[in-house]
Design a protein. Structure first.
Length: 224
């Protein structure tokens, strides 16, 4: 279970976001805060795994909260939720280690997608044993590091790559590109690109399934 602290100066917005989080399997809200000082105190008291952090707080800018909790040696993750659309705000959030940045207003499905992606990355990073550079690259990719994202071919995103990887990992047996596309919610062509990337980097294995006629079907499985 991933414990979440919701930080927002608007009581009704915080209540809505709390309701969203509590609907997502594997997550629970352990508290809310409406100011920066309350957020710092709540992190110290509740020790959440993840903070949903608004940037516009009445007593301090949201990223100053991150500075305070890092100085107190708390290692919780931060997902920024803000109406701030300035590129500099996004860049600063990345520099401060935010795992994602979600613009207000947003719906339940948008938050659920990002929290599920976060859960996948968090689990994968905790389970990884680093033995070589390939393992380092995978850890950085799962943590959203720009350095690792650059290792993906142009047009492929780290977030979708994680979803395709999860589909392969969790499936007992092989998957075709069409089956993978249905599970992830992307096109067959896109799924094929990610699957071929994993195959080319040695993380997925390809087998051919021959039918009565026509080209054999390519089927993929994750290599443990």
């Amino acid at each position: 279970m991933i414990d979440v602290l919701v930080v927002d100066d608007d009581f009704m917005v915080a209540r809505i976001h709390r309701g969203f989080v509590d609907r997502i399997d594997g997550f629970r809200v352990v508290g809310t805060a409406s100011t920066g000082e309350e957020a710092v105190g709540a992190v110290d008291r509740l020790r959440p795994d993840l903070v949903l952090l608004d940037l516009y707080l009445p007593d301090m800018f949201g990223l100053d909260v991150v500075t305070r909790i890092r100085a107190a040696r708390h290692d919780c993750d931060v997902l920024v939720i803000s109406a701030a659309r300035e590129a500099e705000a996004v860049r600063r959030a990345v520099r401060y280690g935010a795992v994602n940045y979600l613009l207000k207003p947003f719906g339940f499905d948008e938050l659920r997608t990002r929290l599920e992606q976060y859960a996948v990355r968090r689990t994968a990073v905790r389970a990884t044993v680093v033995a070589d550079q390939a393992d380092v690259d995978r850890v950085l990719s799962r943590s959203g590091s720009p350095a690792a994202t650059a290792t993906l071919p142009r047009g492929l995103s780290a977030e979708t790559a994680e979803l395709v990887e999860r589909a392969l990992r969790e499936h007992d047996g092989t998957l075709s590109a069409s089956e993978c596309a249905d599970r992830v919610g992307i096109s067959r062509v896109s799924a094929r690109r990610y699957l071929e990337h994993f195959s080319g980097t040695g993380r997925a294995e390809v087998t051919l399934k021959y039918g009565a006629a026509g080209r054999p079907e390519r089927r993929y499985t994750w290599r443990a």
